[in-house]
Design a protein. Structure first.
Length: 87
């Protein structure tokens, strides 16, 4: 976790990729990848955001992500009862 936070200072996300052996950046051949793009979201640049600011804009993002998931889950082969989990 500390290494990921350190990388974050430089704008680099700490991501672990598990994919095709010897070339982990490529997906495994049996993987089914689908990409769905939602509407563009615009967020304000807040130099020193308060916790309320962060909570407000996080809620906007999660609502848009949930709406995108609900709109495309059937197309992705998921049952109607499936719900998006964000933690």
């Amino acid at each position: 976790l500390n290494f990921g936070l350190w990388l974050n200072q430089f704008g680099t996300p700490a991501v672990v990729i598990f994919g095709f052996p010897f070339v982990p950046i490529l997906p495994r051949p049996q993987a089914k990848l689908q990409t769905f793009v939602g509407k563009a979201l615009e967020f304000p640049k807040i130099p020193e955001p308060s916790q309320e600011d962060v909570s407000k804009w996080h809620k906007v993002y999660i609502e848009a992500l949930t709406e995108l998931f609900e709109r495309h889950k059937k197309e992705a082969g998921l049952p109607e009862s499936k719900r998006l989990e964000v933690w």
